[in-house]
Design a binder for this molecule. Structure first.
Ligand SMILES: Nc1ncnc2c1ncn2[C@@H]1O[C@H](COP(=O)(O)OP(=O)(O)OP(=O)(O)O)[C@@H](O)[C@H]1O
Length: 254
């Protein structure tokens, strides 16, 4: 693999809805094995940016390349694990067990109608182990709590052995101990398995030491290549508003 080829390459992206600019003139690159956090105020455009990167929204102007290809040319979607913000909202009547859901993470790599190999099964069990949901294996997913469902969706993404893991505020409704375990897991996936992580979060203070770069999104995107320095940068405070100061203080309170 050409390590200089960005996984995502965005050039002068503009996106508006009904004449309202949601994202303006965004250019950024995301490279292999980077751990990137995306922060910004509510409604700033973080989820929209991810949806545009994945081709789930149509940009009005500009260019997005994924592994050097346009969205229609790109076929290796199994390389990208995406856990959307609302992944924890599952219909209570949804007829699948936790195991069924995590197994879906293997379907993209299998030939249609082929059965799971031993290796597939091991990867499914490993992903469940990592997310600490083995004890929930036979439960119907609709009966779980929001935090448990979120872990199931992340396990499904991990089972597909993604090169890139995109997480949209995955810790909503999760207790602090589980959150810390989860941050350690992300650190490990990035450091040991070299998985590229793109993480939308409001919890930047806790992961500031782990991340390589920070994108602050509020219609515009500011990239900070030294996240710890960025936490005090005026430009970011301006873009993010009062929360930048809170984050900064939180970090320095430790
Ligand atoms: N397809 C769409 N149609 C209408 N409005 C949209 C669409 N996509 C995004 N928006 C608007 O764009 C703005 C940015 O939304 P987005 O969900 O990306 O923000 P966010 O930064 O992820 O917010 P949060 O932190 O609350 O999750 C919002 O005002 C949203 O209503």
């Amino acid at each position: 693999m050409n390590f200089k080829l960005p996984i995502f390459d965005v050039e002068n992206l503009n996106f508006n809805v009904g004449g309202v600019n949601i994202l303006s003139n965004v250019s950024l690159q995301i490279f292999n094995s980077q751990y990137i956090a995306i922060i910004g105020p509510n409604g700033g455009g973080k989820t929209t940016l991810i949806r545009l990167l994945l081709g789930l929204e149509r940009l009005n102007s500009g260019k997005i390349k994924i592994y050097g290809k346009t969205h229609s040319e790109f076929k290796e979607w199994y390389k990208i694990g995406y856990v959307p913000q609302r992944a924890s909202h599952v219909d209570i009547n949804f007829p699948a067990t936790v195991l069924d859901i995590v197994k879906m993470g293997r379907t993209a790599q299998r030939k249609i109608f082929s059965t799971m190999s031993k290796e597939d099964e091991t990867l499914v069990l490993d992903a469940m182990e990592q997310m600490d949901i083995m004890h929930l294996k036979d439960k119907m997913v609709g009966t779980l709590s929001g935090g448990q469902r979120q872990r199931v969706m992340i396990a499904r993404a991990l089972a597909s052995q993604p090169e890139v893991l995109i997480l949209d505020e995955p810790n909503t409704g999760v207790d602090v101990a589980s959150q810390n375990r989860f941050y350690s897991l992300l650190r490990k996936l990035n450091k040991e398995k070299k998985i590229t992580i793109i993480f939308i979060t409001h919890d930047i203070g806790v992961i500031a030491d782990d991340i390589a770069r920070l994108f602050t999104v509020n219609q515009k995107v500011i990239t900070c290549n030294n996240p710890k320095q960025a936490l005090s940068c005026d430009e970011m405070s301006e873009l993010y508003g009062i929360e930048a100061h809170l984050i900064h203080n939180h970090k320095h309170g430790h």
